[in-house]
Design a binder for this molecule. Structure first.
Ligand code: NAP
Ligand code: MN
Length: 268
């Protein structure tokens, strides 16, 4: 029986070189490396940085097979091995000596004035922001409780895995991925006698739904919905609903993986 493996890689020189080495070694061990991304492959290898990993999961709609990341000189929060660890990885993979980290996706549903529905997923985060430099006003509810009229640049909702990405730059908290929370982080919130918005992140249990109803203004009818560095512009959003989705991405970790060790070595 053929054992299919997908390999995606970015176009830097080390990634291209690592792709050739990885493909060769996998073939020697009896795997078939597919040229086109095969949703039924048993494994996906992603060679690059976190951006390459996020691009792979976005391009292929959160594929269901396990993914191993090979870091080629980037920050690499999702990337578990380096190019010199390929032999060790293949041995471990063949012997089942690894663990799977489930990465839940946050889902944003965009409902337009004419009742069209569009859905996007983020492994790191989803966020909404306005165009240009105009102040944005968003009415925020959690489940059916109205919370606030937010005024600022936008609102970001991060998964635990995404807590160390844009969320962290915005002053949000780093979340241990063993805790299942959604983090609602304001982007440049205004808090004055004219406008009142929460200035810190809100941490929500995974079964709540966030609703955002944008205030209609002639000068701010466009909204940008961002997800893992991808973006989509909408002109006539009536409501956005954000929640955990049942979709997960399965990331391969070696026995030695420690989230806090990664945070320490990448950030401090
Ligand atoms: P990018 O513009 O190339 O770089 C974003 C940086 O964030 C890279 O260094 C990337 O790591 C790192 N990163 C991505 N996911 C991470 C995570 N879960 N934890 C820690 N760092 C992480 O964009 P990209 O590589 O395509 O990544 C898209 C992400 O960029 C978005 O999901 C968003 O979170 C982040 N972003 C951050 C800011 C900000 O901090 N001001 C602004 C916009 C977007 P690699 O070097 O390994 O690729
Ligand atoms: Mn990147």
């Amino acid at each position: 029986m053929n054992r299919y493996v997908n390999i995606s890689y970015n176009n830097n020189a080390l990634s291209v070189k690592t792709f050739k080495v990885m493909a060769e070694k996998l073939k020697k061990n009896g795997f078939t490396v597919t040229d086109e991304f095969d949703q039924n492959a048993e494994l996906t290898v992603c060679i690059g940085g976190d951006g390459c990993f996020l691009d792979t999961v976005q391009t292929h709609s959160l594929p269901s097979m396990p993914i191993i990341g090979v870091n080629t000189g980037h920050l690499g929060f999702f990337q578990e091995i380096t190019p010199d660890g390929i032999d060790d990885f293949i041995t471990r993979y063949l012997n089942g000596k690894y663990v799977i980290q489930d990465l839940p996706a946050v889902m944003i549903t965009c409902i337009t004035d004419d009742q069209k529905v569009y859905t996007h997923y983020g492994i790191n985060e989803v966020y909404v922001r306005g165009p240009h430099t105009k102040l944005l006003h968003l009415n925020l509810s959690i489940d059916d409780t109205y919370i606030e009229r937010f005024s600022g640049d936008g609102i970001l909702v991060a998964t635990p895995a995404g807590s160390t990405a844009y969320n962290y730059s915005l002053g949000g908290s780093i979340v241990d991925p063993r805790i299942n929370v959604l983090q609602v982080t304001p982007i440049a919130p205004m808090n004055t006698i004219a406008y009142r918005s929460f200035t810190s992140s809100l941490l929500l249990p995974s079964d709540l739904t966030i609703s955002i109803i944008p205030e209609k203004r002639s000068d701010s009818s466009h909204l940008y919905i961002m997800f893992d560095g991808w973006e989509q512009q909408y002109d006539n959003i009536k409501e956005l609903r954000i929640s955990y989705s049942s979709n997960i991405v399965k990331l391969i970790r070696l026995d030695s993986y420690s989230f806090w060790n990664t945070v320490k070595t990448k950030f401090l």
